[in-house]
Design a protein around this ligand. Structure first.
Ligand code: KIV
Length: 267
């Protein structure tokens, strides 16, 4: 049985050039599958607002909802290192509120760490949460909670000035004690430069191959969410299609009295 990673193990993986694989999970069965596949880090992303709860964006999801799903994922995955996304409004206000909410993810949600969106402007909050003993994963580039400010879901960091800002963001998060940083939707060359420039792992999503690890949203990967599919998503399965076919077949068999046949009935 492999053992749960720790923060130093994750940082060591970068030093040794071992890639980090991370997948989102929002429930018990997904946690189990991820563990069985040997993926050693799980993100309970606030993307669940859209992929599981049917909201239009990530803003409405609450700490209670996130904790509910974090706990479920964690019950299915004993070994993977579990990072819970802190929802909008739960950390980007005061240090005290950020620490209190982050603590809940560890105490109630069975998480090992939390993720916060934002760069230099979140460095103070990141430092406060880390100093309270809670590991923090940063998240820069396309940050879905502030997508309206960014002008939509599009590539970030194009142009000298914007690229420089992302480099400063990554360094500020490292200085603030984050154990890693998600780079979302940025050009692969810039992601490579940031990865070289900092000592903590970068986890890419739409940020190319030079990152120290990769994360994708489970529902995108499995073909379970078709509202929109970003260019960086590689579909590894089409479960949505299989589920639909199975449900249609069930309906047909019920209507035609094919199901339940004798083998599914008691005499
Ligand atoms: O919420 C989420 O799933 C995320 C990933 C896209 C990194 O933040």
């Amino acid at each position: 049985m492999s053992k749960k990673l720790t923060v130093p193990d994750i940082i060591e993986m970068k030093k040794e050039g071992r890639k980090i694989s991370m997948m989102t999970a929002y429930d018990y069965p997904t946690g189990m599958f991820i563990e069985k596949a040997g993926i050693n880090t799980i993100l309970v992303g606030d993307s669940l607002a859209m992929t599981v709860l049917g909201y239009e964006g990530t803003i409405p999801v609450t700490v209670d909802e996130m904790i509910h799903h974090t706990k479920a994922g964690a019950r299915g995955a004993k070994n993977p290192f579990i990072i819970a996304d802190m929802p909008f409004g739960s950390y980007n206000t005061t240090e005290e509120k950020a620490i209190d909410n982050a603590s809940r993810f560890l105490k109630e949600g069975m998480a090992d760490a939390v993720k916060l969106e934002g760069g230099t402007e979140m460095a103070g909050i990141t430092r406060a949460v880390v100093d309270a003993g809670i590991p923090v994963l940063g998240h820069i580039g396309l940050t879905p909670q502030t997508v309206a400010q960014l002008g939509g879901y599009k590539v970030q960091g194009r142009g000298e000035e914007r690229a420089q800002k992302l480099m400063e963001d990554a360094k500020a998060l490292e200085d603030a004690g984050a154990f890693g940083v998600v780079l979302e939707c940025i050009p692969l060359g810039l992601a490579g430069e940031i990865t070289e420039a900092i000592g903590i792992p970068t986890i890419g999503i739409g940020a190319g191959v030079h990152c120290d690890g990769q994360v994708l949203v489970y529902n995108d990967v499995m073909g379970l969410f078709d509202k929109f599919t970003p260019k960086f998503v590689k579909p590894y399965a089409d479960l949505g299609d299989q589920i639909l076919k199975a449900l249609e077949q069930f309906k047909k068999e019920v209507e035609e009295e094919v199901f339940p046949g004798e083998e599914y009935s008691f005499k």
